[in-house]
Design a protein around this ligand. Structure first.
Ligand SMILES: Cc1cc2nc3c(=O)[nH]c(=O)nc-3n(C[C@H](O)[C@H](O)[C@H](O)COP(=O)(O)O)c2cc1C
Length: 104
């Protein structure tokens, strides 16, 4: 499967799951054969980017494979800012949360 310039090893994709798809889990999924594992969602609100939780989620150190980061929000300018911020931070693909079962 091809997403933009990125070729996945296969078409098995681990969905973004808040509280589940953290970096160790993504790496485990990759190791077990996933072609892509998407990050937990990150808020597009820059006010929360400095919290321990967000900083932890933004850490891609040593992450193998294609880095796909999900962002969540409703304001187009903030979403664009969050996309650019995460691209600078190592995201190769930006996934936009379009509504998910997580209560937050
Ligand atoms: C625990 C849990 C957390 C989830 N968190 C997110 C999330 O943060 N963002 C999102 O877009 N979807 C989230 N989802 C939805 C999943 O990404 C996926 O769309 C959903 O589980 C349906 O996938 P399936 O059709 O492969 O079963 C979550 C699902 C679960 C079960």
């Amino acid at each position: 499967m091809q997403i933009g310039p990125y070729t996945l090893d296969n078409n098995l994709i681990v969905a973004p799951m808040a509280g589940v798809t953290d970096r160790p889990f993504r790496q485990l999924c990759r190791k077990m054969g996933a072609g892509l594992a998407v990050s937990e969602m990150l808020s597009s609100n820059p006010k929360v980017w400095k919290t321990d939780k967000s900083l932890n989620r933004m850490d891609h150190m040593g992450e193998t494979g294609i880095r796909s980061v999900q962002i969540a929000g409703a304001d187009p300018d903030l979403m664009a800012e969050a996309a650019a911020f995460n691209e600078k931070n190592g995201a190769q693909i930006i996934d936009i949360n379009m509504g998910c079962p997580a209560k937050k």
